[in-house]
Design a protein around this ligand. Sequence first.
Ligand code: PLP
Length: 462
Amino acid sequence: MDSKTNNNPDLRALPKIDEFLQLAESERINVDAPHALRRAAARQMVEELRREITGGKSVDLSKNALLARWVNTVRARREHSLSRVVNATGVVLHTGLGRAPLPEAAVAAMVQASQACALEIERESGERGHRDSVIAKLLRELLGVGDGTAVNNNAAATMLAVNTFALGKEVIISRGELVEIGGSYRMPAVVERGGAKLVEVGTTNRTRAKDYQSAIGPGTGLIMKVHTSNYRVAGFTEDASLPELVAVARKAGVPIVHDLGSGLLTKTLAPALADEPTVADSVAAGPDVTLFSGDKLLGGPQAGIIAGAPGAVAAIRGNPMFRAMRLDKTILAALEQTLRLFLEGDAAHTVPALERLNLTIGVLVSRAEALAEKLQKSAPALDVVTEESFSEAGSGSAPTIGLRTCCVGISMKGVPAAELARKLRLSRPAVFTRVREDRVWLDPRTLGAGDEDRILESLRNM
Ligand SMILES: *Cc1c(COP(=O)(O)O)cnc(C)c1O
């Protein structure tokens, strides 16, 4: 240490860990935490203070300030990193915020499955069973497919399909469908790592059934049609429809897989998403398997659903990599329960993701006005307005469709909007918003039960 820091009176006034813990004890500060954690929090606090002092920041080292800061540090260390936050962004399936909010019944099923459960055992015989047999039964009933299963996510399902049908062979995909879902998940790389060779057909904007037909040869393992989830090719375009491609594949005796991505089961479940293809249409066209995510428009847990012909699904199940991508029992329970909600016929209301997508502008205007009034009442320092704008489905679903909504805009004198948004993210409970035109915007579309009160609490704790 140099003489300058040694001479800093604030540094010399920093508390000693043991003395501070004794002080907290004698002041009867009630933090419900084991000793090791109390000590670690004290050490962390002193370290942070030291950094702030040497960084030239003025710090409050009074007894009360230190005790309050320590209590907050203990709480922060105890808090689960995935504790509940408020999604006020207006993006219904927000990947950064965990995509689909699970149906209540699915959460209850996860809790049940968290203890001992009959995961892989036949109750009748007591013999070993299959963990996906109930999912298969539900998919058969729901979609009219011959068989079905589910793996960790749709990325896993795609890789597994490529690897099962085209290991050492060629996969034919349209140039217009070589999607990047995000990060390193790009279709050409997935095909390559799946052990196959990509054969691109057509052009970026136009691909015809004939292009696939002429690309088929002795080395062909699979034809794959990929839903361009997060973008649209517009203008002078043409693409081969799934039924056309199924005909081409059948004639050549080549398997065909449809990677649908977002997984809206039927149009009537979300009428606002007009151009979103459905699982029902995909399955009706008859590819060997249709693949889709569990946590996009199905509104369930993260999973990759594989539904289709019995022989094709059995081949995928028989791939040694299947085991490496299988679902955990709690996720299986949530997925099973989500599928049951669709079978029960009221999913547009009981599955929160769908319920939120279907909220009408009339309902959203009155919710925005009610929220605005509450905010103004509880925080008079805020400037509160409401304004119509657009929400999004998110997660690459219906990327060009804006859903009409009404948002609450807040601003605070002397606090830039980005700073206000940051304070709300760091407060407890954390609130995630959007910033536009120097205001922070809260979209009632993505709020769940109790979230309005959480926002008020967050503002109080900010
Ligand atoms: C989202 C998506 C994927 C990846 O699905 P995850 O469930 O996120 O792994 C793959 N393909 C398409 C077409 C998608 O839209």
